[in-house]
Design a protein around this ligand. Structure first.
Ligand SMILES: Cc1cc2nc3c(=O)[nH]c(=O)nc-3n(C[C@H](O)[C@H](O)[C@H](O)COP(=O)(O)OP(=O)(O)OC[C@H]3O[C@@H](n4cnc5c(N)ncnc54)[C@H](O)[C@@H]3O)c2cc1C
Length: 458
């Protein structure tokens, strides 16, 4: 079927999937025709649109998380007709109780957020990370004297921050404010949808609402991507038996924009410098940091049950004295930690992006940055194809996307997995070897520069 006929039939409501390619819920590799049922609930879209209407778009993004939402904004800003669908309502995601994470946004990711028109909508000023200190130690003892210190001025000719700390809630507020303001973007959330894909194009049917005829569907629904599963894309998973405890702390002494990664036998303990929020300043706590504390799940469960005073004391036992007295701010969150890699990122008229394609240990704070790099690569290819009048869902374009992203994501997965294994041990020989390694890197300028640039997302 030609593209013109596919669109004509979709627009007149006469499109029927070819009989020999009827709905396949048993996934098969590169199935020519596929239908994923997205287990969604409710529907909310644009007033005035009816279930018999068919919208024509270039791209339909399923999942309006940080990756899907940002990608949709970037595409629409460049004139690519885009629809984004999320199974959840978007406004409640702004609520303080929804997500306690704060992201370390690398320079490349910041450029994407600027191009998507989101950076200027962030409600609080992102806090720059100017130094990173990597130390090794044990709970309740001072850190090893052999440490690694990265200064942003060591990056080379144009030194800039390593990254900027942005609260997940702040990014969500920027996304919610912007997605409904873009001319080339339509949003349906919360919405239930079914997706049919064939070589000619894709048809996304929103329950009780319109259908979307498009050339490419992007699966950005996070780790449990129904589109990935329906496409029969195998996944390799690693469970770390660790839990990420996330909270904010106020502290007596200023952080001087320094991020600390302190390796402990149970896992890394990261302290990331935040800008003082208006609330924190009003309450007399201008020095605020985010804590990402990786702990064995069994111990984490005990820690999470402690009262605020004892919990803050446990933080101090890991952190040391460099921030003075410490108090917890707000509630604590916990996330089970695992890693995951999809064996393919593409299928007929389908591309995966963000956590739908890969998930890594938060040891280096790079999970979202990888998703943003997917979005940068995909947006570049799609905008170029659209400008050239080419098919934005062609097999050649999808193959280029997979070639561009999978090796990079695989390398980061291997690195974060290796770091966790190397540091989460009490073995004395390994401890000595890694301390010497840390000290050697600290003294080797070219090597340090490589790490510095990599941490900046270069
Ligand atoms: C403790 C911890 C700390 C972290 N810290 C950092 C950090 O400092 N820096 C960093 O870069 N990364 C960090 N990460 C990783 C980062 O949080 C993730 O990589 C990021 O959230 C992935 O975004 P996403 O948009 O791909 O997926 P998600 O955030 O999972 O969003 C998926 C979206 O899809 C929607 N959805 C789900 N199913 C469907 C469906 N069937 N149909 C339609 N919509 C659907 C959901 O409602 C959601 O809105 C951290 C992770 C953890 C666990």
């Amino acid at each position: 079927m030609t593209d013109a006929r596919f669109y004509r039939e979709c627009l007149t409501g006469s499109y029927r999937a070819p009989a020999q390619r009827q709905v396949t819920l048993t996934p098969g590799p590169h199935s020519a025709y596929n239908r994923a049922v997205l287990p969604l609930s409710g529907e909310q879209g644009e007033p005035g649109l009816h279930m018999t209407d068919t919208i024509s778009a270039d791209v339909c993004v399923v999942g309006s998380g940080p990756v899907g939402g940002t990608l949709a904004c970037r595409l629409a800003s460049a004139g690519v007709a885009t629809v984004v669908i999320d199974r959840a309502a978007l406004p409640p995601m702004e609520h303080p109780a929804f997500d306690g994470r704060a992201y370390a946004i690398a320079a490349g990711s910041r450029t994407l957020l600027m191009e998507a028109g989101l950076w200027e909508h962030l409600p609080d000023p992102p806090n720059p990370i100017l130094d990173i200190r990597v130390t090794d130690g044990r709970v309740g003892r001072p850190a090893s004297r052999l440490h690694l210190h990265f200064d942003h001025r060591d990056a080379g000719d144009e030194p800039g921050p390593f990254g900027w700390m942005v609260e997940a809630r702040g990014l969500r507020r920027a996304l919610n404010a912007h997605v409904r303001a873009l001319e080339h973007l339509r949003v349906f959330a919360p919405a239930e949808a079914t997706v049919q894909r064939s070589e000619a194009g894709a048809l996304v049917r929103i329950a009780g609402g319109p259908s979307i005829a498009c050339r490419l569907v992007i699966g950005a629904e996070g780790r449990n991507s129904p589109l990935r599963d329906a496409a029969g894309i195998p996944v390799t998973r690693f469970d770390y038996s660790q839990t990420g405890i996330v909270c904010a702390i106020s502290h007596e002494l200023p952080h001087h924009n320094l991020a600390l990664e302190h390796f402990l036998p149970s896992g890394p303990f990261a302290v990331l410098p935040m800008a003082p929020s208006a609330d924190a300043e009003a309450g007399g706590a201008p020095n605020v940091s985010a804590v990402v504390w990786t702990e064995r799940t069994r111990i984490a469960e005990t820690m999470l049950r402690l009262d605020d005073v004892r919990f803050a004391r446990e933080i101090r036992r890991r952190l040391g004295d460099y921030l003075g007295a410490v108090h917890t701010v707000g509630r604590r969150w916990n996330y089970p930690l695992s890693a995951m890699l999809a064996h393919r990122y593409v299928d007929t008229r389908l591309a995966l992006a963000g956590d739908a394609a890969h998930g890594i240990h938060p040891i280096a704070g790079q999970g979202l940055n990888l998703g943003f790099r997917d979005a940068i690569a995909l947006a570049g290819l799609l905008i170029e194809a659209k400008d050239a009048g080419e098919d934005v869902g062609s097999p050649a374009l999808l193959a280029r996307y997979q070639r561009a992203r999978r090796p990079d994501n695989l390398a980061m997965l291997a690195m974060t997995d290796g770091l966790d294994r190397l540091f989460s041990t009490n073995n004395p020989a390994l401890r000595l070897a890694r301390d010497l390694g840390i000290a050697a890197v600290d003294r080797t300028r070219p090597l340090k520069r490589v790490f510095t640039r990599r941490a900046m997302g270069a």
